[in-house]
Write a protein that binds this ligand. Structure first.
Ligand code: GLU
Length: 555
């Protein structure tokens, strides 16, 4: 009868290298003690999910803070699901968020001595290892057709048994080597399965850096490790790659916990030390009914990292926000550090919460406003131009029409001890500052300006005319305000809020109402940056034009 070695030779006649050769080709890395080698291993199946950026961020952080290596590996063995160009896109996005590898698949090229870093280019490496498993009798060819597998499944369903290819159901496990050789020579298609020696009634202890030790049922499935297309499956490929790329810690989403028993068994069968594992909690969201659910690609725009890029958020805001999800002590730390030098924070797995964190747009916006609030007007110009050039033509045109003017707008109450934090992103900037530009203001005004219903048109007209006449811009902010107050009281808008509250019918309104009427008239908005500076930037003539235009409509 054919030996295992002869069978392995029959299946892989061209594979001459051995596992020992691979061990030599990919030697242990020469890093200092405790340096971590981590990897981000996306499949090129579409856009970068916010949860994947979260994983990449932790991988990057753990490697950099220990003086280790963070590399990217493209896991493209599922050729049916691959999307052309998405690998490059993923790397571009990692770059934007500054979660960039120092080794591995870089989008348009590869870097490092442990490659290739794209799985489809590693087929020969996998074959060497699979040949070795065949020789050792730890793997075997399986000739079951889809119909055979379906029959097994039906039988198991009927008998209420665990589904899968294991134990007595693993029919091809029991073929002898001569029969296997005969069918191979006959040209029957086959896959290669790993021969499990486990039993799902047994429990094993596994250690996870986030969850600590826990018990889980042993694997007993004879999983496919090599497909008929000549490529391995994820489970097998990751074990080979993490071994030969000398990964110290595998950091990935918790959806992989159920696969852990397979991975533990694979490493054992191969005689390799398994890496440490850290399974990260999933990012959740509260749906309209108040239920927690996973961020969904289909339902939630914030599930795709591209959403934040296209809406013009500062990249560091999302990263900072994700770090608050990662470590409960980060938020206090970043406050103390005034939203700066995030790279100095030390991440630790044991400060990670186990329940999936809820994605909180409000908090992200808060970070974004802090970050943009710290920028100089020149930096804002630069960022806004870069963003709008790629994603928002109309904003780009507006900025380019007069960069100085744009900087002045964005500089209102910026250069001071406690700058105002009006902006969190550039995507909605036209909405917020468009009124500074006469043509946009005219569009807004032509749709009708909306004032509080309590004001009669005649009152609005009266106070606006008085302001146009008497409110000078050639004075400092305080005097300007006093000036407005005086004009207000001359027209029965009181500065005494208590008196107004007690007898509102005796007044036209308060000084706050005067400011509101003026603000709506000049900006079309109830909220705007400081009105004094808005008026200074618009200039007396433009302010008067806007007032006149409104008054002509009030007649
Ligand atoms: N390719 C797998 C994925 O995209 C990677 C899992 C892992 O990091 O091991 O989910």
């Amino acid at each position: 009868m054919l030996t295992n070695k002869e069978l392995a030779q029959l299946i892989f006649p061209d594979i001459k290298e051995t596992v020992e050769d691979l061990e030599k080709r990919y030697p242990l890395r020469n890093l200092k003690e405790n340096a971590e080698v981590t990897r981000f291993a996306p499949s090129p199946t579409g856009f970068l999910h916010t949860g994947s950026l979260f994983t990449a961020l932790i991988c990057h952080k753990v490697a950099t803070q220990t003086g280790g290596v963070f590399y990217v590996r493209l896991e493209d063995t599922d050729t049916k699901r691959g999307i052309e160009g998405s690998g490059e896109q993923l790397l571009k996005q990692l770059k934007i968020f500054d979660v960039y590898p120092s080794e591995g698949y870089m989008g348009d090229h590869e870097e490092g001595n442990y490659g290739p870093y794209v799985q489809s280019k590693r087929a020969d490496i996998y074959r060497v290892v699979i040949k070795h498993l065949l020789e050792e009798g730890k793997a075997y060819p399986c000739f079951c057709t889809p119909e055979d597998l379906e029959n097994i499944r039906n039988q198991q369903e009927k008998d209420k048994l665990t589904p899968g290819y294991y134990g007595e159901f693993a029919k091809c496990r029991y073929l002898d080597n001569d029969e296997r050789a005969r069918r191979i020579k006959n040209g029957e298609p086959f896959v290669i399965r790993f021969k499990s020696s486990g039993n799902h009634l047994n429990k094993i202890m596994v250690n996870d850096l986030v969850r600590g030790e826990f018990e889980i049922a042993q694997n007993d499935q004879d999983i496919v490790i090599y497909k008929s297309d000549g490529l391995p499956t994820y489970h097998f490929a990751h074990a080979c790659d993490d071994h030969f790329m000398r990964t110290t810690t595998v950091i990935r989403g918790e959806e992989w916990i159920p696969s852990l028993p397979i991975h533990v068994e694979l490493f054992e069968a191969l005689g390799w030390k398994a890496p440490r594992y850290a399974h990260l909690p999933v990012i959740m969201k509260l749906d309209e009914q108040g239920h927690k659910r996973k961020l969904s690609k289909r339902l939630d725009s914030e599930a795709a990292v591209s959403y934040f890029i296209e809406d013009g958020y500062p990249a560091s805001a999302l990263i900072m926000y994700l770090m608050t999800i990662a470590n409960s002590n980060f938020e206090e730390w970043i406050f103390q550090n005034k939203f700066e030098h995030m790279e100095e924070f030390t991440f630790s797995f044991n400060k990670m919460s186990l329940d999936g964190a809820l994605f909180d747009m409000g908090k992200l916006n808060f970070f974004a406003r802090e970050i943009l609030g710290k920028k100089t007007k020149e930096e804002i110009l630069d960022l806004a131009k870069k963003y709008s050039k790629e994603y928002k033509e109309d904003l780009y045109a507006l900025i380019s029409s007069n960069e100085e003017y744009f900087m002045n707008i964005m500089n209102i109450e910026r250069e001071k001890e406690n700058p105002r934090k009006d902006y969190e992103k550039f995507g909605n900037l036209i909405e917020l500052i468009g009124f500074f530009y006469p043509n946009i203001y005219d569009q807004i005004a032509s749709n009708g300006l909306v004032f509080n219903e309590k004001f009669k048109a005649s009152t609005i007209k009266e106070i606006l005319l008085a302001l146009k006449e008497g409110l000078s811009l050639e004075q400092d902010e305080q005097s300007w305000f006093n000036n407005m107050k005086e004009i207000g009281s001359a027209h029965n808008f009181t500065g005494d809020r208590k008196a107004y509250k007690a007898n509102p019918e005796q007044f036209n309104g308060t000084i706050g109402d005067v400011a509101e009427i003026l603000r709506i008239t000049l900006t079309g908005r109830k909220n705007s940056p400081n009105l004094y500076y808005v008026m200074l930037l618009l200039g007396k003539n433009e302010c008067d034009r806007r007032i006149d235009q409104l008054i002509s409509k009030l007649n």
